[in-house]
Design a protein around this ligand. Structure first.
Ligand code: MSP
Length: 501
């Protein structure tokens, strides 16, 4: 079984922020979960480098767009390395492979007659060098950033969206599970209710140089969304390999559902005679104190700083545990600190540390083989089932909640059994062995359960447990029990959190 998953590609007009990071971590956890079940995964992510926004950011700094993109893309690559994003391919829309594909697609649509050339009349912002619409007005006025707005007309190329709307609506109506969460489906169906205007897909090179030239008219470059959306197909094949399109799952944020991924993209695919993605998951937004994050109010969260200070896995855990997939969530350092000390330090960290330490103290680090306590095995089984059922519907928070129920159960089990008392009575030595063996085995199970979310921690747990063979959810039934543990090192040491951010 194969599993092809994509994320939105980020604009490189600024450095990666919390929203970008969350989306990549979410997709990464889903990809790792699939791999852990033995499925062959192709995980695609990348950056969106063309267009007005990026060109303007470069110009403001007096830099050439290409060189500016190289630098900014470097920050994204560095961030994803720090956060352990296990992508199989990384899209740059400035790559030759992508450009060639976009030009092929445009040519095909042009030949089919889906693209027409006509006068485009509208409001034009001289300062921003772009067309604006009445929707951009605030209180009936053009916002200051647009400068002078004039009425002008310019010939451009247009893609006929309306031609494919009915077909797409039919497909969407018949496929209830196409969008997750389900409440997004009505929003999209509503947006498709009325006839669609033609989509302007070109910009004259005289006012925007930074884009992919149209194959049938080199005086124009293509509109950035048209360019960007095609990344999913242009990078669906590895060098020389088979093209894997359609994706099984596309991960995006709620702001780019309508119109980009819910309207333009399916209609482009239908026009190109390409299959539609099998499913779309729309995540919510991270906010700060209920407000949109923004640089100007000092509420932009830098994911790199958090990952470096408190650890990439802790940060990943916080994001995946705190946000109910599909809904908005509030970021706060206090909230992160709370999860760090309680869930990670007191629950998980403490469980492993005391278990490995007691194995050293009472059994010289070696555990004879033998049976394990069935109540722990039953609880592990429940956590495993909960995790699988939650992950099949992308609910990372619920998957982790189930695992932590088990972690806490193990801690209570140790309190109840009190191996420290058993150690004082030679007659209880085989019982003591069984208790520690059972909890050690539970720790191996926990390491496998958390691996999609906290890959480095999972490996470190197994290092301490002395389990160095390759294990995964796929061999859940035959996970090994530790026989000789290694040194105990705190997984989540106490850290000073900086609450001033
Ligand atoms: N380049 C386009 C996407 C093209 S996909 C063919 C774009 N880029 S973006 O950088 O603005 O956003 C990239 C992703 O980050 C989007 O899915 C967006 O929803 C997500 N997020 C941006 N800010 C966010 C939050 N504050 N919270 C969560 N995710 C948000 O749009």
């Amino acid at each position: 079984v194969r599993f092809f998953i994509t994320t939105a590609i980020d604009y490189v007009n600024g450095r990666p922020h919390l929203g970008h990071a969350y989306e990549k971590v979410l997709a990464d956890a889903l990809a790792r979960y699939q791999r852990s079940l033995g499925r062959e995964v192709y995980f695609l992510t990348g950056v969106d480098e063309h267009g007005q926004k990026v060109a303007q950011s470069a110009r403001r700094l007096g830099r050439a767009a290409a060189e500016f993109c190289d630098e900014m893309t470097g920050y994204f690559l560095e961030a994803w390395r720090t956060l352990g994003i296990s992508y199989d391919a990384f899209v740059r829309t400035t790559s030759a492979k992508h450009k060639l594909y976009v030009r092929w697609a445009l040519q095909k649509l042009h030949e089919k007659g889906d693209i027409t050339f006509k006068e485009h009349e509208g409001y034009y912002s001289v300062r921003q060098e772009q067309f604006v619409t009445e929707k951009d007005m605030v209180d009936g006025k053009w916002p200051e950033i647009f400068g002078e707005v004039i009425r002008t007309s310019e010939p451009n190329y247009f893609f006929n969206l309306e031609r494919y709307r009915g077909k797409w609506m039919e497909i969407l109506k018949a496929d209830e599970g196409w969008i997750v969460p389900a409440f997004r489906r009505n929003e999209l169906l509503n947006a498709l209710e009325h006839p669609l205007d033609d989509l302007c897909i070109s910009r004259p090179r005289s006012r925007l140089e930074w884009g992919i030239p149209l194959p049938f008219d080199e005086n124009y470059v293509t509109y950035v969304w048209f360019d960007a959306l095609l990344n999913y197909a242009s990078f669906a094949d590895e060098a020389g390999g088979i093209n894997r399109w359609p994706a099984d799952l596309q991960v995006i944020g709620k702001d780019i559902l309508i119109p980009a991924h819910g309207v333009y993209w399916p209609l482009m695919l239908l026009a190109l005679d390409l299959p539609l993605p099998r499913r779309l998951i729309v995540h919510g937004w991270w906010q700060v104190r209920g407000q949109k994050m923004s640089k100007s109010t000092g509420t932009a969260v830098n994911p790199m700083e958090l990952a470096q200070k408190y650890g990439a896995d802790a940060f990943r855990y916080y994001l995946l545990r705190e946000m109910s997939t599909g809904h908005d969530a509030d970021f706060s350092v206090e909230g992160f600190h709370q999860r760090y000390t309680s869930d990670l330090g007191n629950d998980l960290g403490n469980l492993l540390q005391r278990t490995v330490s007691m194995t050293h103290r009472y059994l010289n680090g070696s555990v004879p083989t033998g049976g394990v306590d069935s109540t722990l095995e039953e609880q592990a089984e429940a956590a495993f089932r909960e995790l699988c059922s939650a992950m099949e519907v992308y609910e990372t928070h619920r998957a982790l909640e189930g695992v932590w129920k088990f972690v806490r159960f193990c801690n209570r089990y140790l309190e109840d059994k009190a191996p420290w008392k058993m150690a004082k009575d030679a007659a209880l030595s085989s019982l003591l062995e069984e208790v520690l063996r059972s909890v050690l085995k539970a720790c191996v199970r926990i390491s496998v359960l958390i691996e999609p979310f906290m890959p480095v921690t999972a490996l470190e747990m197994r290092r301490q447990l002395g389990v160095l063979t390759v294990v995964s959810l796929l061999n859940w039934e035959e996970l090994p029990a530790p026989v000789k543990v290694s040194d105990a090192v705190p997984l989540f040491p106490r850290l000073d959190f900086d609450f001033s951010e």
